[in-house]
Design a protein. Structure first.
Length: 345
């Protein structure tokens, strides 16, 4: 049902859907970007100013959608085509920034976050908005073949606005980081326009600044089993991102193959149902949540430490919750939860 609605929205891609003041003090607009409903809410801002900001954000989101999309033809597909052909290509500042930050996070996460595995993502059929995908996984030989070529964002060289790589298997896919960076850029735009109380919510992943009047912004954290597992009250400027293995997957008979891949094996990651990260940057929160799903139960603490995170929540396949002491201070659970608090990372 939700997908059907999203498909209808996709037909009106990036059309400004709603802009109305729903509650006193609030202005709200919705956009459809990257297969996700993007909601922007301001609090306490002048109505005219909010409308102007929403129009500006609309244009920005359209540019992002066109330039960053991993499979709809645009700047990123041009860049990937150039890489495959061994040619240098001119990027733009946002893609250069996404690439540079990806390189840092790929390194810090020991390759668990790797946005150069677009070839693998495509091989698995995950270049679609239409989930679940039915059918068997790709052949082992095709996966091995891609793995041997070892694509990495660190293979990308940047000279001014130009990017190039000697590794022709590099195919950039910013699916694990784009929403995060989009929320950062949107918050920057709002800030430049003098709007300091706002929330930019990309399908449940968000960055929030300021407050909702006399109270903080309240953010619900989804339970992979359905419903909400808890609520976080955001502090002045925070990004709260969740990566899940429960919504986007391929399935064959009763076997599910979720959309987050371990770049080291080429296979989807199981074991963890969802990871939530709170930090002060959308881009990092988004990429880190993806990386920590890949890290799994045995490695997430090391990877979180190396990414400098202190607020992390993991839910494993059996519904058991693992969380850092700092996250435990921040989340109010909705019901009784079987949790294990990790005191030090
Ligand atoms: P997210 O929902 O933020 O965890 O992002 C998942 C998306 O990131 C997938 O649909 C792929 O486009 C991409 N992706 C999958 N596995 C990885 C990975 N290990 N590192 C970076 N991006 C990935
Ligand atoms: Mg992510």
């Amino acid at each position: 049902m939700r997908l059907a609605i999203l498909k209808i929205l996709a037909l009106t891609a990036c059309i400004w859907l709603v802009s109305c003041s729903e509650k006193p003090g609030e202005q709200h607009a919705e956009f459809f970007v990257f297969g996700t409903l993007m909601e922007v809410t301001t609090w306490g801002a002048d109505k005219q100013l909010s409308r102007k900001a929403f129009a500006r954000l609309h244009a920005q989101f359209q540019d992002m959608h066109r330039d960053w999309h991993a499979w709809e033809p645009g700047l990123l597909t041009e860049i990937n085509d150039a890489f495959a052909a061994g040619q240098a290509v001119t990027a733009n500042p946002a893609i250069l920034e996404l690439t540079r930050r990806s390189q840092e996070i790929e390194e810090q996460s020991g390759g668990r976050f790797n946005p150069a595995i677009g070839g693998l993502v495509r091989l698995w059929g995950f270049h679609t908005s239409d989930y679940p995908i039915e059918g068997p996984p790709p052949g082992k030989a095709a996966i091995e073949d891609l793995l041997k070529q070892n694509p990495s964002s660190l293979d990308v060289r940047i000279h001014g606005q130009e990017m190039s790589t000697r590794n022709r298997s590099v195919q950039l896919d910013f699916g694990g980081i784009a929403k995060g960076y989009a929320t950062d850029l949107a918050i920057d735009t709002l800030d430049q326009m003098g709007i300091s109380n706002a929330i930019v919510n990309a399908g449940g992943d968000l960055r929030a600044v300021g407050r909702h009047g006399d109270r903080p912004w309240r953010v619900a954290i989804r339970d992979p089993a359905g419903g909400i597992i808890g609520v976080v009250e955001s502090r002045e400027d925070e990004a709260i991102f969740t990566s899940g293995n429960y919504e986007r997957y391929r399935q064959e008979n009763n076997q599910r193959y979720p959309h987050i891949l371990d770049p080291r094996t080429g296979w989807p990651v199981e074991e963890i149902s969802s990871v939530t990260v709170i930090t002060n940057e959308g881009l990092l929160a988004d990429a880190a949540a993806t990386a920590l799903i890949v890290a799994g139960l045995s490695e997430w603490q090391d990877v979180a430490y190396s990414l400098n995170l202190d607020k992390v929540l993991l839910i494993d396949e059996n519904g058991r919750v693992y969380l850092t002491a700092e996250m435990n201070k921040r989340i109010g659970f909705s019901g009784k939860v079987d949790k294990k608090i990790i005191e030090t990372l």
